[in-house]
Each structure stands twice: as structure tokens, then as C-alpha cells.
Design a protein around this ligand. Structure first.
Ligand code: CP
Ligand code: NVA
Length: 313
């Protein structure tokens, strides 16, 4: 099988995105571009491999893109729906991992707690991929920066403003953005800042890559002159009971036309989806020609194919 030369030698799991160094990140995007441009070359890359997809939370994009991607590479997937019963309710996560490693070549898991992923990875001798946890969403952020690279031709020094909750999406944009040498500005209300350890790690990596990480309060300050404006829901999956309290806390943090107009003239709007028009983003922004939300969604497929190919090579 033909594939692009790569220096990627990743740890066998993708749990946080911190497994990747900046050089590996560049190679990874090169591989993703090759897999997107030449899908036929990779159609047997995972022939004979079976993956289990364990989801404790609902999904449209992540589930479909993993299932389609695995099929495109000649592999097979088994979906385990844990949306009504958490993984550990029937048996310990350790036992689940130790069973699965006997049958399948990889585990893709969407979980409430990052610790569940760590426990799966510690006990399964097959790659584990984070399909979203409370802490990180690396597959999404990789697709987002790949999409921005396609759009702008490079990521070094690219300015991205994330406005909203300091959540899993924010953490992954910081972690991956720092490795890409991007300038990531985050604006959150008080009490909703990103995790300080994640910010410190991103700042350390950004010093190496000449990227920049800024944690701010003011959406206008964050958005001024940037090429990319990103937002996510104010109440993530599992936080539904806090929705009305959060709507009050996030008043003033909507990406509306007036805020978006303060970005660069060629700026694009990003959102991982699902989105709530009229809350974190105005319909006039997310449904405008500047919105690249469906390019992001498309690239989930290509990025995840490259993740699986990399981890199993
Ligand atoms: N963006 C994203 O992960 O979408 P799903 O929750 O539908 O998988
Ligand atoms: N922060 C959101 C992302 C959804 C893709 C959540 O966790 O629900």
C-alpha cells in the first residue's frame, strides 16, 4: 500500500492530544491531506481490523464519521450504546478493557469522565481513541485545525478566538492549537475559565512553536483582528440541569454579527456542532457564507481515518 512518509511514532492511544509533538502534528496533517486526496490508496489500510465504538453520550458526527471512516479503510465497527447505562454500571471498566483487547484491534470511546478513558487505555493492549470526554475532544480540534490549514494555507501565527465556555472543546483547541503554532485567544465569563493545568501545558508548547495562548475576559478583545472565531454550546452534554443558570452567566458571550465584524475581513466562523442558534451564536453568523461548520464536519472523517491509520500502523 502506498502511503506518505511520516515521522509519526505516536503513543498508541489518543486520549488528550498531548501525545503529539509539533513535528508529528505537521506530519499528521500531511497524512490526512493525502488520505483525503487519494482515498483509493488507503481502502485496505484497516482490512481485517475490528473496532468497538463505546458511547456514553449521544452523537451524530463522531459516530457516523468513525463508522464510515473504518468502512472506507476496509475495517469493521461494532457500536456499543451506553447512553442509558454508564460503562461501569454492569462491570468494572478494567474488565471491559481486558475483554475487548482479546477480540478487537481498537477502542473508540465517548465518555463522561476522562478517567474512564485512562482506565480503558491502561487495561487494554489495543489503541484507545478519545471520541469526547468531559475534558477533551481531540478528534474535533484536529479536524478544526486541518480545516483552517486548508483554508489559510498554514497555521503558524494564525489567530483563533474561542468565545464561551472553558470546556472540553476549549481545552482541545488550546492543546492542538499550541502544537500548530497558532495564536489562540480564549474569552470566558468569570468562573468558566479553562483548566489551569491545560492552559499551562499549552503555553509551554506555544513557547516552542512560537504560538501564543491568551486567556481573556472580553469577547471583543479576543475577536479583534482574528482569522477564526470559534464557539461551542454553553451547557455541554451532562450539564443540562445548569442550562438556565449558564444562559445568564454567558449573556454577552454570543457570537453575533457585531462581534464577528470585529474579526479580520477574511475571518471564518467555526462551531463543533450541535449548535444553538440564538444562544452561543446568532443565526446570521453560523448560517452566513463565512461559516465553515460543514467543512469542519466533513474533515472529521478524514482526520479520524488518519488517526486510526497512524495508531494501527
Ligand atoms: N461535534 C461532535 O462531536 O458532534 P457529535 O456530538 O454529533 O458527535
Ligand atoms: N462541549 C460539547 C461538545 C459537543 C461536540 C459537549 O461536550 O457537549
Amino acid at each position: 500500500m502506498t502511503s506518505v512518509a511520516t515521522s509519526i511514532n505516536l503513543k498508541n492511544d489518543l486520549l488528550t492530544g498531548m501525545e503529539w509533538n509539533p513535528a508529528q502534528m505537521r506530519d499528521f496533517f500531511r497524512l490526512t491531506a493525502s488520505m483525503k486526496a487519494h482515498p483509493g490508496k488507503y481502502r485496505s489500510a484497516l482490512a481485517g481490523s475490528v473496532f468497538v465504538l463505546i458511547f456514553e453520550k449521544p452523537s451524530l458526527r463522531t459516530r457516523v464519521t468513525f463508522e464510515v471512516g473504518i468502512a472506507n479503510l476496509g475495517g469493521t465497527s461494532i457500536f456499543l450504546d451506553h447512553t442509558s447505562a454508564k460503562l461501569s454500571e454492569r462491570e468494572p471498566v478494567r474488565d471491559i478493557a481486558k475483554n475487548l483487547e482479546r477480540w478487537v484491534q481498537g477502542i473508540v470511546a465517548r465518555v463522561f469522565a476522562q478517567e474512564t478513558l485512562e482506565e480503558l487505555a491502561a487495561n487494554a493492549n489495543v489503541p484507545v481513541v478519545n471520541a469526547l470526554s468531559d475534558k477533551f475532544h481531540p478528534c474535533q480540534a484536529l479536524a478544526d485545525f486541518f480545516t483552517l490549514e486548508e483554508r489559510f494555507g498554514g497555521l503558524r501565527g494564525l489567530k483563533l478566538a474561542y468565545v464561551g465556555d472553558g470546556n472540553n472543546m476549549c481545552h482541545s483547541l488550546l492543546t492542538i492549537g499550541a502544537r500548530c503554532g497558532a495564536h489562540v485567544r480564549v474569552a470566558t465569563p468569570a468562573g468558566y475559565e479553562p483548566d489551569s493545568a491545560v492552559v499551562a501545558e499549552a503555553k509551554r508548547v506555544a513557547r516552542e512553536t512560537r504560538g501564543k495562548i491568551e486567556i481573556l475576559r472580553s469577547p471583543a478583545e479576543a475577536v479583534a483582528g482574528v482569522q477564526a472565531v470559534y464557539t461551542d454550546v454553553w451547557a455541554s452534554m451532562g450539564q443540562e440541569a445548569e442550562a438556565s443558570e449558564r444562559e445568564k452567566a454567558f449573556a454577552g458571550y454570543q457570537v453575533d454579527e457585531a462581534l464577528f465584524a470585529q474579526a479580520a475581513p477574511d475571518a471564518v466562523f467555526l462551531h463543533c456542532l450541535p449548535a444553538h442558534r440564538g444562544l452561543e451564536v446568532a443565526a446570521g453568523v453560523i448560517d452566513s457564507p463565512r461559516s465553515i461548520i460543514y467543512d469542519q464536519a466533513e474533515n472529521r472523517l478524514h482526520v479520524q481515518k488518519a488517526i486510526l491509520h497512524t495508531l494501527l500502523s
